[in-house]
Design a protein around this ligand. Structure first.
Ligand code: SIN
Length: 552
């Protein structure tokens, strides 16, 4: 794939500069928590593409997994994470999360997060593929909202954190192979350089690649795309998690119906009213997410329907309204009663297991560039994420990343911006950019709809060589976009979506087996002998290289 090093339409050396010790891109739970920890020792600029609350984290319902209950342990949490991950988790990263998550929960409590309680104790729910009740939640089904609220209260009280809303970051800046900050299109000042020795990408996922998604409009894979352009390695992108149960009423927005509903005994029925999950997996509705999503797709195909039903009518309306207030209200807005109606649901793109390669301390392969949260590929999730392991991963690795940035600031000499040394000109602003200032020619929002339809059809829950070949050829037709400039948020998002779509489709085409969230109709079995490896892409010399390192 040929893509530009930069998509900004201006020479960054001409742009105004804001300086900080660290720049954090993204204001979900991972971004805000990392910013808070960074503020213990440096000035932090937090950049949000929209408003502070426009994040995927904010919408998170189910909760945050940690082995804090009686009879639970990090070992059991590890076992469940590995079983869901289908042989591709990076074990040291899993160890880090399961061991450090109880401490992360304590820190969140200290910072003011109000988790739900059962009497004096923290209330713990069960979700799919967990062998114990270990999911903490808040406001019933509003865990993300509560965590963002609590973190935001802290962040806005810190004089050394500055928040920039409506700052659409387009590119990571590098000088001599080191990251020195980012370039953003801001509402107030146009193109602006945010210069810092350390940059943390916490930009979330890429659910907007698909027509049905639980993710917000801004989930366009920005971090992965810009890190890739800057030369960072990205990994495991074929593994896109489809949440089994998003609302699928006609004309309604795609809205998550938390897995915690199934944890409370909800069952799935096809349009004929038959319960089907026991025929697919011994854990029935509580099987791992990829299994449930595929079973639903198969039932939809078999019954020629666009949905199945979620049935939790064994619980009373009063109980449901209290335990799942957000979902209850949403169903009411669609004219449905959770306590007496079956709710139409279908799988929707929910989470990107892969991302920017990081080590156990948030370091990417580009010095000075760090990544955390869904944008990062720590290796915790393997081929399929265990429910409620994402918020906790963002917190645990947010702390580690801040710890590592502290050392980096002590050890690495600051690179001046703008750079002045001989021979840096071409590295900072490559000659080909000077003639590529034209933007995307078609309307990015129509292009996005076309891309989403194509990705849902060809690179969705079920894939094959034929569907992936069609996808790559469609993407090839749009690939001139990869050489365009992104002149505003819409164009930046379109170029990023295209970049990530190419990476996802290429990786899915390469992996000729089925594992976790990646299912190939033409290769339905898992093939450990050949494919217990990670597919890693990195942009080198204008093209890209694929590496499949040994499994570790
Ligand atoms: C859910 O509430 O079902 C989503 C939780 C998650 O994705 O971990």
């Amino acid at each position: 794939m040929i893509s530009s090093r930069y998509i900004i339409p201006v020479d960054p050396r001409d742009a105004p500069v804001v300086r900080a010790g660290a720049v954090v891109v993204g204001s979900g739970v991972a971004g805000l928590y990392t910013a808070l920890k960074l503020a213990d020792f440096t000035e932090v600029a937090v950049l949000c593409k929209g408003g502070v609350f426009d994040s995927n984290s904010y919408a998170a319902q189910g909760g945050i997994a940690a082995a804090v209950g009686a009879g639970d342990s990090p070992d059991l949490h590890e076992e469940d994470t590995l079983a869901a991950g289908d042989g591709l988790n990076i074990r040291p990263a899993v160890r880090v999360v399961v061991k450090e998550s109880p401490e992360a929960v304590k820190d969140l409590l200290r910072l003011g997060a109000l988790f739900d309680r059962a009497g004096e104790e923290l209330a713990l729910a069960r979700e799919a593929a967990h062998s114990r009740d270990r999911v903490l939640h808040a406001g019933g089904d509003a865990t993300g909202r509560e965590l963002v609220r609590a973190l935001w209260e802290q962040v806005r009280g810190k004089p050394n954190i500055r928040i920039y809303e409506k700052a659409a970051v387009a590119d990571v800046l590098t000088v001599k192979g080191r990251c020195v900050g980012v370039v953003a299109h801001t509402g107030d000042c146009g193109w602006t350089v945010f210069s810092a020795p350390a940059t943390v990408l916490a930009t979330g996922g890429a659910g907007q690649l698909y027509r049905l998604t639980t993710n917000p409009q801004g989930a366009t894979g920005d971090g992965v795309a810009m890190a890739f352009r800057a030369g960072a390695a990205v990994r495991d992108l074929e593994f896109i998690q489809f949440h089994p149960t998003a609302y699928s009423g006609s004309g309604a927005p795609s809205f998550l119906l938390s897995e915690a509903l199934r944890g409370e005994g909800a069952i799935l029925r096809n349009v004929r009213g038959d319960r089907f999950m026991p025929g697919y997996h011994p854990m029935a509705e509580l099987a791992p997410r990829d299994v449930v999503a595929r079973a639903i797709v198969m039932e939809m195909e078999r019954t020629e329907s666009t949905h199945v039903y979620l049935d939790i009518t064994h619980k009373s309306s009063d109980w449901l309204e209290k335990r799942f207030p957000t979902i209850y209200r949403f169903c009411r807005s669609q004219g449905l009663h959770l306590g007496s109606d079956w709710i139409p649901v279908a799988p929707a793109a929910h989470y990107m297991m892969g991302g920017i390669v990081t080590d156990l301390w948030g370091c990417t392969t580009v010095p000075g560039l760090f990544a955390v949260g869904e944008a990062a590929s720590t290796g915790v999730h393997g081929a399929n994420r265990l429910a409620s392991n994402s918020l906790v991963e963002g917190i645990v690795f947010g702390k580690r990343t801040a710890d590592r940035v502290r050392r980096y600031l002590e050890e690495a000499p600051d690179l001046p911006w703008p750079p002045g040394g001989d021979g840096e000109e071409a590295a900072v602003w490559p000659p080909e950019r000077r003639c590529l200032a034209a933007g995307v020619e078609e309307d990015p929002s129509s292009l996005r709809l076309e891309l989403q339809a194509m990705m849902s059809r060809e690179v969705g829950v079920v894939r094959s060589a034929d569907s992936l070949t069609r996808a790559l050829s469609a993407l090839g037709r749009w690939s001139p976009s990869l050489l365009s400039a992104g002149r505003n948020r819409d164009e930046i998002e379109w170029i990023n979506l295209m970049t990530v779509a190419r990476l996802v489709a290429e990786a899915a085409w390469f992996r000729t087996e089925s594992r976790g969230a990646h299912f190939r109709r033409d290769y339905p079995a898992r093939d450990d002998a050949r494919w217990r490896v990670h597919i890693v892409f990195s942009r080198e010399g204008g093209g890209w290289k694929v590496r499949c390192p040994e499994w570790n």
